[in-house]
Design a protein around this ligand. Structure first.
Ligand code: PLP
Length: 421
């Protein structure tokens, strides 16, 4: 029963270092968030000891009476939160959820049509060296080259050429709302199934601040750890008719024993995502992204050749376009890191630079909303980022870092949470 600092001081120290890192800077990676203490508790619980292959009431192991109730609660909460007929809460992560969706809906060798990776799609939507590109014939649609928006007419044209068995909606780096109704109509026109991966915008969907794909898509997959603010993991929602196939695609199709401690943590997160406080947090997230986009469209930033893709945002992230700037994505990421702000470089559509350097920055506002940020703080952080990007190499990093430090102190992360020793 010795504590981790006694058993393994090396790991204990690294855990503390990471907590300090999270506390000491501003996290603006669009796919990250901070889970509440209740989620940490569930995920760090004794449920990690339990094998529970199968589903509630139909397990291949004894002793599942309590974890059955945990999984049933998680499933019911997911269904209620998103108005879905069916939920599977066992996928270990988003990629595993997606692997199960493919397996449930189509056969190896079938054609799929998703958003191109370099236009904001995800690896699991058909990247050549991902399972999705190796086991399925992956075709892609891009954004409209003039508006940079996902355009149903382009999807329709690509679908008519490619004859996909499955059309994929959802994205990892895109700042606007898709038209799920139009995408479903296209899928029907070409006889394809329609799947939406809502990993990034699930939190806003839960809060009623983003259109829901659930009424239109045959299947919806998601992660729980992005805007939704839950544990690192995945889940699947669907029309009831797909339930049996998805169940067997997750287990035994893709996974063995479910991570019951993570399922308990998902249940907690689904409960919290139904509260007025969560909705208010998602509203602050969206407002913060709009404030950031506005600042990054100001003349001083534009003068450095920097624009905001699509001229704004409807979601929790802003895509910064550095194609016409001397600063590349790597340099932008590094500059903001020196100021105390963590973002990630990202390709933008039609990017002339290689992905390792990239011409874009993806900047998200959801983790800061969890930290408590409102309009005033977003104005300040937006100005720090705008000033840094406008001034580039000449930026006064120390002065900007001091402004970040003030925000960090004003909004402590995990106040009262003990270090590990
Ligand atoms: N789907 C989308 C749209 C994502 O953006 C991501 C993660 O970045 C995933 C799936 C994969 O999730 P995970 O990293 O949990 O496998």
């Amino acid at each position: 029963n010795s504590s981790i600092s006694q058993v393994d001081p090396e790991i204990a120290r690294l855990l503390d270092c990471e907590l300090d890192r999270q506390r000491g800077g501003l996290e603006m990676i669009a796919s990250e968030n901070f889970v509440p203490k209740a989620v940490l508790q569930a995920q760090g619980s004794v449920l990690t000891n339990k094998y529970a292959e199968g589903y509630p009431g139909r397990r291949y192991y004894g002793g599942c009476e309590w974890v059955d109730q945990v999984e049933t609660l998680a499933r019911n909460r997911a269904k209620e939160l998103f108005g879905a007929e069916y939920a599977n809460v066992q996928p270990h992560a988003g990629a595993q959820a997606n692997a199960a969706v493919y397996q449930a809906l189509i056969k190896p060798g079938d054609t799929v049509l998703g958003l191109a990776l370099d236009h904001g799609g995800h690896l699991t939507h058909g990247m050549k060296i991902n399972f999705s590109g190796r086991f399925y014939r992956a075709e892609a649609y891009g954004v409209n080259p003039e508006t940079y928006r996902i355009d149903p007419e382009i999807i329709r044209q690509r679908a008519k050429e490619a004859h996909p068995a499955l059309i994929i909606g959802g994205w990892s780096a895109y700042p606007r709302i898709e038209d799920f109704k139009a995408m479903k109509e296209i899928a029907d026109e070409v006889g394809a199934k329609f799947w939406v991966d809502m990993a990034h915008f699930a939190g806003m969907v839960a809060a009623g601040l983003h259109p829901s794909p659930v009424p239109y898509a045959d299947v919806v997959s998601s992660t729980a750890h992005k805007t939704l603010g839950g544990p690192r993991s995945g889940f699947i929602l669907a029309k009831q008719e797909y339930g049996k196939k998805i169940n067997s695609a997750v287990f035994p199709g893709n996974q063995g024993g479910p991570l019951m401690h993570v399922i308990a943590a998902k249940a907690v997160a689904f409960k919290l995502a139904g509260t007025p406080e969560f909705r208010q947090r998602m509203q602050r997230t969206l407002d913060g992204a709009k404030i950031l986009a506005e600042r990054l469209m100001a003349p001083d930033v534009a003068a450095n050749g920097i624009t905001v893709l699509t001229g704004g945002t409807d979601v929790h992230l802003v895509m910064v376009d550095l194609r016409n700037s001397e600063m590349d994505g790597q340099q932008g990421e590094d500059l903001l890191a020196r100021v105390g702000i963590t973002v990630n470089r990202n390709t933008v559509p039609f990017d002339p630079r290689p992905a390792s350097v990239a011409s874009g920055l993806r900047i998200g506002t959801s983790a800061l909303a969890t930290r408590g940020f409102g309009d005033a703080q977003y104005e300040e952080v937006a100005d720090v980022i705008g000033t840094a990007l406008a001034q580039g190499k000449n930026a006064d990093v120390d002065a900007l870092k001091a402004r970040v430090d003030r925000l960090v102190e004003e909004f402590p992360l995990y106040p009262g949470l003990e270090q590990t020793h």
